[in-house]
Design a protein around this ligand. Structure first.
Ligand code: GDP
Ligand code: IMO
Ligand code: MG
Length: 425
């Protein structure tokens, strides 16, 4: 952490790496936390003092007093879901309105965006992406096609702008053959209530806000959502989300110049998971996969869907380290591997033509993982407090990953609680 600079923290795999927990652990060292992309498709879980919270659109620095939290211009926000999330936090005693600012340039997810999300998925049939159904794709599509509705629009002539967007969406829905509007009126009522609630928050020009903090020598942590393999440019397209989840997304999603970025903190699970459709080279369909799912409680924080599970994929991670310029790694959920006799990590892919490579190819549809096997450590590490306690077999696993990726693993997490974290020397 460097004064007058920003650090970027992001997921290196397919999301759900444990970003929420780490941001919460690291926040005491920062003056501000800012979300730069995504929206309520995210589910960031934090556990402390016996309580569990799942954040969707609100930055994970919200639980610490005296910090500024910013929802940046790159985020897409659903007023109704934001209201539910914020009210829950307020009920549990967290004074949100003093701590949170919202960019006027963030785009609004409308109820009809959610219908369009469902209609697009239905139209794709068996090729559907398996989205979270939160209207993410259609909202970013409207942004890029210059038809979007922004937080700043709430302040002026909003009803008219809303009606024009809705009329456009209704035509699109008709063209897609969508005819289920049974819940639309009620959704719109709650949504408009959410818009009124949002007005109690400070809407800001977040790019000015952030650059002002930088000039004042404050430190800022930019919190990513999703993960690098869900990035719209570099992920497993088209099975991706609709935003830039990589470190460059922090620049466009907050108005930060690239030379202001200091550290890029890359979060990885000690194994791999994925929710929704799309290629996943190390996916396990056997008992080992089920064991990872059960021990890791791998069920989606947003949709409750089963997460697909597999061994760590170092080919994929090496690519993520390159794209993001990762300066430190943070390894999560290594406790989930505590009970395995053998732990595996993919170190190369065999391509359909028989060649092998450790470069992530254009298509990962039909690659076969080549594994290195590690003897398991068979030690419960959930109460460990320092790295001197590491069993040798675990230390070997960590060292191999560091050497393969060329980046040091600075933090290791052994459980969902804030306390179950070791920051290495
Ligand atoms: P995010 O979207 O990246 O913030 O991650 P999620 O919150 O969707 O998923 C991570 C899940 O793992 C949550 O249920 C966390 O409480 C939990 N978790 C985080 N770190 C650890 C860890 O080190 N060990 C275990 N067992 N669970 C963890
Ligand atoms: P966090 O921030 C895991 C996945 C969806 C789907 C694809 C596109 O908690 O890590 P979308 O609704 O974004 O259009 O869905 O992306 N997806 C996530 N998977 N974690 C997430 O967020 C995700 N956000 C979206 O399952 O495959
Ligand atoms: Mg999540």
């Amino acid at each position: 952490m460097e004064k007058g600079k920003v650090d970027v923290l992001l997921g290196l795999q397919w999301g759900d790496e444990g970003k929420g927990k780490v941001v919460d652990v690291l926040t005491p060292a920062y003056d501000a936390v800012a979300r730069f992309q995504g929206g309520p498709n995210a589910g960031h879980t934090l556990e402390f003092e016996g309580q569990k919270y799942v954040l969707r659109s609100i930055p994970s620095g919200i639980f610490q007093g005296g910090k500024t939290n910013i929802i940046g211009n790159g985020v897409v926000l659903a007023p109704d879901l934001f209201m539910n999330e914020a009210r829950e936090l307020e009920k549990s005693g967290h004074p949100l309105k003093q701590r949170l600012k919202i960019s006027k340039k963030a785009h609004l997810i409308m109820p009809t965006h959610r219908l369009l999300d469902h209609a697009n998925e239905a139209a794709k049939g068996k090729n559907k992406v398996g989205t979270t159904g939160k209207g993410i794709g259609p909202t970013y599509t409207d942004k890029i096609s210059r038809n979007g509705l922004r937080v700043g629009d709430i302040l002026e002539n909003f009803d008219c702008k809303y009606a024009a967007c809705k009329a456009r969406h209704m035509n699109m829905l008709k063209a897609l053959g969508w005819n289920d509007f049974s819940s639309l009126e009620e959704s719109e009522r709650i949504w408009m209530e959410g818009v009124e609630y949002m007005k109690e928050f400070e809407f800001v020009d977040s790019e000015h806000e952030i650059n002002h903090l930088i000039v004042q020598q404050k430190s800022i942590l930019c919190e990513g959502a999703q993960g690098t393999m869900l990035d719209v440019d570099f992920g497993s397209y088209p099975f991706v989300t609709s935003s830039n989840t990589v470190s460059a997304g922090a620049c466009t999603g907050l108005g930060i110049a690239p030379n202001r970025i200091s550290n890029v903190l890359g979060i990885m699970k000690a194994y791999c998971t994925r929710v929704g459709a799309g290629p996943f080279p190390t996916e396990l369909f056997d008992e080992t996969g089920n064991k990872l799912r059960n021990l890791g409680h791998e069920y989606g924080a947003v949709t409750g869907r089963e997460r697909r599970c597999g061994w760590l994929d170092l080919v994929q991670l090496k690519y993520s380290v390159m794209i993001n310029g990762v300066t430190s790694l943070i390894m999560m959920k290594s406790d989930v591997l505590d009970g395995f006799d053998i732990v595996k990590a993919c170190i190369a892919y065999r391509l359909p033509n028989g060649d092998t490579t450790d470069h992530l190819p254009y298509s990962i549809d039909n690659v076969e993982p080549i594994y290195k096997e590690f003897p398991g450590w068979l030690t419960d590490m959930t109460d460990f407090t320092n790295e001197e306690q590491f069993p040798q077999a675990f230390a070997n696993y960590v060292e191999f990953i560091e050497q393969f990726l060329g980046v040091r693993i600075k933090i290791i997490s052994f459980g969902p609680d804030r306390q179950q974290t070791i920051i290495r020397k």
